[in-house]
Design a binder for this molecule. Structure first.
Ligand SMILES: [Zn+2]
Length: 449
């Protein structure tokens, strides 16, 4: 497994209370090897390693991010004459990204990655489609924008899986892209070159933007260009489902399951509009559904049938997507609340819904990142979030109740420390570069306005 360019130190840390993959434990020393993977877990250890106060849990992984969208998150809430919807929002987004070059992208991404770390995410799968200049002219170095993302992740210290996106047309049946989509367009040959240029620089997979944007005859060949994770936006909006039905006589997920080798490498982002057979097929495929509840709510996408999918044994992850929220707790809470509001029931995700949501999303996120192992176990990346046990929301809770309180209560966040691959990136609620990163972000965003 290739890990991104960042310093990773081995070491030993002693936790009084910790949620291992196999369950809650007390007095455990976690040993991390030089590669940033957990190399040993010593139970009932008598204090080997540096003592860390608080409650250790697996850090969350952000399985779907468009970093540049942080520049205008929250600034696109104005209703126009024709009303507002996903498609109107997309036009605003296209206009905003015109002024984003490599320097701006690096500044914006570093800010959003620092924010992710401070909220308990240790890693991010960046669904990166902003490849070229505004008029579509490629940079001399085709990987220029990808490298800006890699530098930003390195500066923040977040673990990155870059998923460069293939985007070739504006809709089903179209020959090419609209003018606003030119920064995204690549031929398959150029895309292959881009992926080759990233080898050795970062862990990567790839993304097919959507069935809308990738012609069916290219899909299989493109997906075969990586051994890493494959991501795709799918069935986010009813208009996309209708267009797919018109083009193929099948719904997007239905078509994909029949026409692509969807397996555990695949990550289907949103999958909001699915019928019962699609839900069962998705769960059986071993793929991960990447849910982005705050973005899906913000854009008026709809509600994924999570209860049915969970019942069928489906795997899921969460993503901050448009960056309207950068807090895993808010994604998980809204995911559960959407189900409660439509079903009239409580505790949908499990006996302890907060604990079930957190651990399952951490496991699904690991698949989306391309890890071999997830959560806190030997062989998994040493990504650990430590909760402040003095937080008012956590007082009185024990074991799984702690995660229930974390997800459903607890403002502000009780996440006080975050370790990424054996290196502390957040300590005592602070990131060491937060002030400098923020100053650069402020300057970049003011210049965009
Ligand atoms: Zn997205």
């Amino acid at each position: 497994m290739y890990t991104c360019l960042m310093s990773k130190n081995g070491g030993q840390w002693h936790f009084k209370k910790i949620l291992l993959k196999e369950g809650w434990a007390e007095n455990v020393t976690v040993e991390v090897g030089a590669g940033g993977l957990i190399s040993g877990l010593h139970r009932d250890s008598k204090g080997g390693g540096e003592k860390v106060s608080g409650i250790a849990i697996p850090a969350m992984l952000n399985a779907h991010s468009h970093a540049f969208q942080r520049a205008f998150a929250g600034l696109t809430e104005k209703r126009g004459k024709e009303g507002d919807d996903f498609w109107a929002w997309r036009q605003v987004m296209y206009r905003a990204l015109k002024a984003i070059g490599p320097d701006e992208l690096e500044a914006i991404a570093a800010q959003v990655y620092v924010e992710m770390l401070k909220s308990g995410y240790a890693g991010v799968a960046e669904f990166h489609y902003l490849h070229h200049q505004a008029d579509g002219t490629p940079y001399d170095n085709k990987a220029e924008m990808s490298e800006a993302i890699i530098r930003a992740a390195g500066a923040a210290g977040i673990d990155l899986t870059l998923v460069p996106v293939l985007y070739q047309r504006s809709d089903f049946g179209a020959d090419t892209v609209e003018p606003g989509q030119r920064p995204f367009f690549n031929t398959l040959e150029d895309f292959r070159e881009l992926l080759a240029g990233l080898k050795g620089k970062c862990r990567s997979g790839l993304a097919l933007h959507s069935l809308r944007a990738v012609p069916e005859e290219v899909l299989a060949e493109a997906a075969a260009l990586t051994e890493g994770p494959v991501h795709i936006h799918i069935a986010e909006q009813t208009r996309e489902v209708e267009a797919c039905l018109e083009a193929h006589g099948q719904r997007p997920v239905e078509w994909l399951l029949e026409n692509a080798d969807v397996d555990a490498r695949w990550n289907l982002v949103h999958a909001t509009h699915v019928m019962v057979e699609e839900v069962t097929g998705l769960a059986k495929s071993g793929a991960t559904v990447v849910l982005c509840p705050t973005t899906e709510a913000n854009l008026g996408d709809g509600i994924f049938p999570f209860e049915d999918y969970s019942g069928a044994g489906g795997r899921f992850a969460i993503g901050s997507d448009s960056q309207v929220s950068i807090d895993p707790r808010e994604e998980l809470r809204l995911l559960e609340y959407g189900q409660r509001l439509t079903s009239g029931k409580r505790a949908i995700a499990g006996v302890h819904p907060g604990a079930a949501l957190w651990t399952r999303a951490a496991a699904g996120g690991a698949a989306a990142m391309g890890y071999e192992k997830s959560q806190i176990q030997v062989g998994a990346p040493a990504h650990i979030a430590v909760l402040d046990d003095r937080s008012a929301a956590l007082i009185g809770g024990n074991c799984d109740q702690i995660l229930d309180a974390l997800v459903f209560a607890g403002q502000p966040t009780p996440v006080k420390d975050v370790m990424v691959s054996g290196t502390w990136r957040v300590r005592d609620f602070h990131h060491p570069k937060e002030t400098a990163v923020r100053a650069r972000f402020n300057k970049a965003v003011k210049e965009l306005a």
